[in-house]
Write a protein that binds this ligand. Structure first.
Ligand SMILES: Nc1ncnc2c1ncn2[C@@H]1O[C@H](COP(=O)(O)OP(=O)(O)OP(=O)(O)O)[C@@H](O)[C@H]1O
Length: 590
């Protein structure tokens, strides 16, 4: 059994001003309590694709990018961590977070780690067949964790994305290009500002000299074309989270335990489960429980987090794109910003990933989450083998997922509409109207949050002139608005009366309060792909100002910002951005 993880290091550092200060906070729980691959090298020079048969991690040294240049860092996250802003541009910080850990001060280590995981696609176990390996193994092919540290009483893991080859690289180069690094860097901090649980962004550095080739999209095609190679600069972005344990990681060890692949398989699964509890669920799970009891509480807690997460995604218009089990964080937050997108035109089938099909589409994400939850429970079930009652209880948790998901979705839709309770008829008609018009998802709900008297203002979100729409659409919109207003009015009182009843359960709200509540759940700005494209294009020619401007706007997504910002960013998607590869649809590892 693993011991409870300490949230304290011997050092306490109020403000981290240098890498020396940061190093003092190092505290490596994963490397110190889990198993290293017995076949691994000890010095971390393990950069060739190979099969990893056991152990929770492989010690790996990242491969630095040549001539790193500062692009951006998250001022907000730095401030939360107590990091001095100036550190982001200091030489030793740049070295460390562009992949050179050879000089880091002790007790920081000069070796990082990569983890293996398995993969299920929409609830079907995927068994990999490739020249390098056949079997369950998949893993961090280009993500290398370089530090775990306890900062202000909270444990954080810092992971380089694009930090070079690991044994899991499957013959690929281990690199991330600037384009995809800008996307992930901006999206993580945007999601955090939207109030959606997520991994965070620390820093982003680009190489001034090192490039790689990537396939691009030929005109009119919606998938990448190997004959259309483009050259792109490599970059390293550092993402930070309480852990990077994925559902697919539990699956790898669950599959090994189920098949008794080696003598330690069951023990390694149990260790990983306990490590997950310590890293992500320590507050929710009593350490005195038996391991089987912990599995049940863990599954219940994860279900709660996952259903909330997905309802939040849909609230803000986010589609993960590739919601396989390896892209599902076991801590219940958003992880892996690959072919993600924020929808412009409302469409339940919106799916930015060219390979995604309908199962990962916008409004199908609850079902995709349910499949990942099933795989989570399947992975842990070998730990309940001697407890048939607990197996039943775990199954009941799986059976109850869709009801919990539905309840969270209804609460979310009610909140977006400013209502205390979900009204199915009102919502169904709205969904039909949004599809038939069609509307811009973000603009529509934001305009509605101003409680308009008629549909005039809502037309700002429409992608079609209603005069050209099928007969009767305008009248149906007006009728819908009237019905919505009357539902709202049943809870509205004069603002002078609000709070004067002494009844804490009162539903009474002024119109201003309703509008403010709606604006707090309906963002004004979302990180649409057509905003990202010019930002990373400019970054590729050394102009980072648009990335930083986008970062400033998107880290205050609910705020009313300047008129200039509104004119530039609060708009429907222009017609030239529809049907364009790399903008309206994206490949995997985007
Ligand atoms: N250029 C690359 N070199 C090595 N491995 C890669 C590369 N691109 C993707 N991979 C690996 O392929 C797998 C699937 O890729 P995917 O795009 O989902 O991951 P990713 O964006 O690199 O990873 P993550 O889930 O860590 O954010 C992952 O295991 C990833 O590590």
């Amino acid at each position: 059994m693993t011991k409870q993880l300490s949230q304290h290091t011997s050092a306490t550092v109020e403000t981290v001003e240098t890498v020396d200060d940061l190093a003092k906070l190092a505290n490596y729980s994963l490397m110190d309590t889990l198993n290293s691959d017995p076949d691994a090298t000890t010095n971390g020079d393990d950069h060739r694709a190979r099969q990893v048969f056991s152990g929770h991690y492989v010690p790996v040294k990242p491969t630095l990018i040549e001539n790193p240049e500062y692009v951006a860092h998250s001022q907000r996250f730095f401030s939360e961590l107590g990091f001095a802003d100036s550190m982001a541009q200091s030489a030793d910080f740049i070295s460390l977070f562009s992949g050179d850990i050879s000089q880091v001060p002790e007790p920081m280590r000069k070796v990082g780690w990569a983890c293996g995981y398995a993969l299920s696609i929409f609830g079907t176990e995927y068994i990999q067949q490739c020249p390098f390996r056949t079997g369950n193994g998949y893993g961090d092919g280009r993500a290398v964790s370089v530090l775990e540290a306890v900062i202000k009483g909270k444990r954080w893991e810092m992971q380089l994305k694009g930090g070079g080859r690991t044994p899991y690289c499957r013959g690929a180069d281990g690199r991330a290009v600037l384009r995809s690094s800008v996307r992930e860097f901006l999206a993580q901090e945007h999601m955090h500002a939207l109030g959606v649980p997520t991994s965070r962004s620390l820093s982003l550095y680009v190489s001034k000299t090192e490039t790689v080739q990537r396939p691009w999209y030929s005109e009119g095609s919606n998938s990448q074309d190997p004959d259309q190679m483009i050259t792109e600069a490599v970059a390293i972005s550092t993402r930070v989270a309480s852990s990077f344990i994925r559902v697919g990681q539990l699956e790898l060890f669950g599959r090994r335990a189920r098949k008794q692949e080696h003598p330690h398989a069951m023990a390694e699964l149990e260790q990983l489960m306990l490590h997950l509890v310590d890293r992500e669920y320590a507050d929710a799970i009593d350490p005195q429980l038996t391991n089987a009891e912990k599995v049940l509480v863990l599954a219940g807690e994860f279900r709660t987090r996952l259903t909330s997460l997905v309802s939040n995604w849909i609230r803000v218009g986010y589609c993960q794109g590739n919601f396989n089990s390896d892209n599902c964080a076991a801590g219940g937050f958003t992880l892996d910003y690959g072919p993600f997108g924020f929808c412009d035109v409302f469409n339940p089938q919106y799916q930015p990933w060219t390979g995604g099909g309908q199962h990962f589409a916008f409004l199908n994400q609850g079902v995709a989450a349910e499949r990942n939850f099933l795989m989570f429970c399947t992975a842990l079930s070998p730990l309940l083998a001697s407890e048939p009652d607990y197996v039943d209880q775990l199954q009941q948790l799986v059976n109850g997922f869709s009801a919990e998901m539905q309840a969270k979705m209804e609460q979310m839709w009610a909140a977006k509409l400013g209502l205390g309770a979900f009204n199915a008829a009102l919502f169904d008609e709205l969904e039909t109207l949004m599809l038939q018009t069609p509307v811009d998802y973000t603009l529509f709900f934001r305009e509605l949050s101003a409680l308009p008297d008629d549909i005039g203002a809502l037309k700002k979100s429409f992608y079609r002139d209603l005069a050209l729409a099928p007969a009767g659409l305008e009248q149906r919109w007006s009728a819908w608005l009237t019905q919505w207003q009357s539902l709202l009015d049943s809870t509205v009182v004069d603002s002078s009366e609000v709070g004067s009843t002494g009844d804490t359960n009162t539903q009474a709200r002024s119109r201003d309060e309703i509008s403010a509540q709606m604006k707090a759940v309906n963002p004004k700005y979302t990180l649409r792909e057509w905003l990202l494209v010019p930002a990373y294009q400019q970054a590729s020619v050394g102009n980072y100002a648009p990335v930083r401007e986008l970062q400033a706007v998107m880290t205050q997504p609910y705020a009313e910002q300047s008129q200039q910002v509104e004119d530039k960013y609060y708009r429907t998607k222009a017609s030239e951005f529809f049907g364009v590869g790399g903008c309206s649809h994206l490949s995997c590892s985007s």
